[in-house]
Design a protein around this ligand. Structure first.
Ligand code: NAD
Ligand code: UFG
Length: 338
């Protein structure tokens, strides 16, 4: 199947392109490289031994996107393109709403015109806000607590409204938990701009000597060791979840917009992740426990039963694999793609 992949040069998108190619699909990438580099796609070609079309375009460019649909005739779309940094979204809310909402509005309009009505959307566990209880089931209350999270929740709502009005649309709203790790080749991985906000890229950069120490935000949570607990998910498992979601949409006998958690269902603390990374890299990760980061939950992990039932998908890789692959990527590419 020809699959338009917006944001296909990014962290999750590049790994997904590899799994699509492996499964016999053709990814058609649309990316404006605002948070990624063409080198990632060059390496996807190198790893897969296959070529595929890449369009340097902002998804908000309606005319440009129309031309791509006419030329490429995709049968389905995976919509990764979006801005994703929580802190930045608080400082620049309009940039986030403009990029994330308008890209989705334009994309859906162009898909509608082209008669392409299968869409996999990158949502996030951030739509649950501060959880009342874990594991988080898809029916848990939705209450995003920052502009980034609200942009995801608004898009979910928009897509649910679309399906109400146009029941032939088939949409998977994939709520990712914490994607980490890298392709096992060490050739592609996460390459954040500036100092990372997220735990795993921060730990990796401490291990490789780019950053001096890790600050652990809070040692007094109501968790087994006092540090925050999250559902870390290997990015290759996540990529495979997208391929399964496409298969599921293609076989669906009726339309709908279905939210599905993608996580492992296991929670791991910051200290556990530090220990796993030290073991994988044979490097010490110097760290200090500092006050909690505002807006952080104590514990957040997924109920994964729906993904298993609908998609037949279950994460296969554990935290030792995640840390091993993240370290291989980081140690072989200490400055990322540059
Ligand atoms: P990323 O920044 O690495 O990838 C996003 C890609 O989209 C980049 O290549 C960027 O250049 C491109 N892009 C952004 N706006 C665009 C636009 N208007 N037009 C064309 N291209 C555009 O991020 P990622 O980690 O791969 O995340 C992919 C998606 O998954 C995002 O929507 C993100 O919000 C969501 N998500 C990510 C995480 C995570 O922790 N990484 C968790 C939950 C959800
Ligand atoms: N942490 C530290 N030190 C750091 C960074 C993080 O101790 O330098 C801790 C956090 O306090 C938290 C855990 O590590 O307990 C994970 O933090 P991340 O920032 O890696 O991930 P979050 O769970 O806070 O948030 C991420 C994305 C959100 C997304 C959410 C769910 O940043 O956008 O996962 O998918 F919504």
């Amino acid at each position: 199947m020809r699959v338009l992949v917006t944001g296909g040069a990014g962290y999750i998108g590049s790994h997904t392109c590899i799994e699509l190619l492996k499964d016999g699909h053709v990814p058609v990438v649309v990316d404006n490289f605002c948070n990624s580099k063409p080198e990632a796609l060059r390496r996807v070609r190198e790893l897969s031994g296959q070529d595929f079309p890449v369009h340097d375009l902002d998804v908000r460019d309606r005319e440009g996107l129309r031309k791509i649909f006419l030329q490429e005739k995709p049968e389905a779309v995976i919509h990764f393109a979006g801005l994703k940094a929580v802190g930045e979204s608080v400082a620049q809310p309009w940039r986030y709403y403009d990029n994330n909402l308008v890209s989705t509005l334009v994309l859906v309009e162009v898909m509608q015109e082209a008669g392409c009505r299968q869409l996999v959307f990158s949502s996030s566990a951030t739509v649950y806000g501060m959880p009342d209880q874990v594991p988080l089931h898809e029916s848990a209350p939705l209450r995003a607590i920052n502009p980034y999270g609200r942009s995801k929740l608004m898009i979910e709502d928009m897509l649910r409204d679309l399906v109400q009005a146009e029941p032939s649309w088939r949409i998977a709203l994939l709520r990712y938990f914490n994607p980490v790790g890298a392709h096992e080749s060490g050739r592609i991985g996460e390459d954040p701009n500036g100092i990372p906000n997220n735990l795993m890229p921060f730990i990796s950069q401490v291990a490789v000597g780019r950053l001096p120490r890790l600050r652990i935000f809070g040692g007094d949570y109501d968790t087994p060791d006092g540090t925050g607990v999250r559902d870390y998910l290997h990015v290759v498992d996540l990529a495979l979840g997208h391929v399964r979601a496409l298969d599921w949409l293609a076989q669906a006998t009726q339309g709908g917009a279905t939210a599905i958690n993608l996580g492992t269902g296991q929670g791991h603390s910051v200290l556990e992740m530090v220990a796993a990374f030290e073991a994988a890299s044979a490097r010490a990760i110097p760290c200090d426990i500092v006050p909690r980061r505002p807006g952080d939950a104590a514990s957040c992990y997924a109920d994964t039963a729906l993904a298993e039932k609908l998609l037949g998908w279950k994460a296969q890789r554990g935290i030792a694999d995640m840390c091993r692959d993240a370290w291989r990527w980081q140690s072989q590419n200490p400055q990322g793609y540059v």
